[in-house]
Design a protein around this ligand. Structure first.
Ligand code: ATM
Length: 239
């Protein structure tokens, strides 16, 4: 999946957009849960943009290939990795997310800037303050209305990825990292969530997909009601 747009056949009443990001480590089930949420929203007549990071635009998908699969001479150093993630986000924000929100769509994004803090900050050990300011540069003032953090023990995530890897034998640069890296990433996500309790909600992902879907829905449903009550100019824009 790169970027999918679903628009209802009848013109919906104009209302402000809503931006939801999904975060979590490998094997947490982000893509499955995003797909399930999109289905529920579309069934209720909402116009939905599904996208992902890195990626979601032509430029971003090129960058994704480089950061995930650059090996040997093409291997990406941590500093370049950080800047490529930020470049992908700058493009996605301006080319897809912001116009969709302005048009009143619901935007679901598989990862956003919290992944950079978790992977390049906590995981690779790059400077957290610099990363924070890079977020303001790449995404402007845009931030998700809700971030669903799918959390599970590292060993469970590894096992799920291993199962998936049986079908897809090529491991990318992140999947090939050692367990200690993935532990730092998980702890990093939990620390970020503790700093932003108003935006980031932790969902226990070591359960059945249906149970996780229900928890995600219980977070999203009240936002849909709030959204109809919000004046359409109230959301913050990137510039
Ligand atoms: P996914 O399709 O699993 O989301 O792969 C994208 C990878 O890029 C992911 N790998 N793992 N595990 C995490 C990584 N990533 C970063 O390191 N920093 C970022 O800012 C983003 C958006 C993703």
């Amino acid at each position: 999946m790169t970027t999918k747009t679903h628009r209802p056949t009848e013109a919906a009443t104009p209302s402000p957009g809503l931006f939801i990001s999904f975060e979590g480590q490998e094997g947490a089930g982000k893509s499955t849960q995003m797909e399930r949420l999109a289905r529920r929203l579309i069934e209720r007549g909402h116009s939905v943009l599904q996208t992902r990071e890195p990626g979601g635009t032509e430029l971003g998908e090129e960058l994704r290939r480089l950061v995930k699969h650059g090996h040997g001479e093409a291997a990406v150093c941590p500093e370049a990795e950080l800047l490529l993630m930020a470049a992908s986000r700058a493009q996605l924000t301006r080319q897809r997310i912001q116009p969709s929100l302005a048009a009143g769509q619901l935007v679901l994004c598989d990862r956003f800037f919290d992944s950079t803090t978790a992977y390049q900050g906590y995981g690779r050990g790059l400077d957290l303050d610099f990363i924070e300011s890079l977020h303001r540069f790449s995404a402007g003032l845009l931030e998700p209305d809700l971030t669903v953090l799918l959390d599970l023990p590292v060993r469970v995530g590894e096992e799920r990825s291993r199962q998936r890897g049986l079908a897809l034998p090529v491991r990318d640069r992140f999947e090939s990292e050692e367990r200690a890296f993935h532990k730092r990433v998980r702890d990093g996500f939990l620390q970020i969530a503790a700093r932003h309790p108003e935006r980031i909600r932790i969902v226990e992902a070591d359960r059945s997909p249906a149970a996780v879907e229900q928890s995600v829905w219980s977070l999203v449903e009240p936002l849909l009601a709030d959204r109809s009550a919000r004046p359409s100019q109230s959301r913050r824009s990137p510039e």
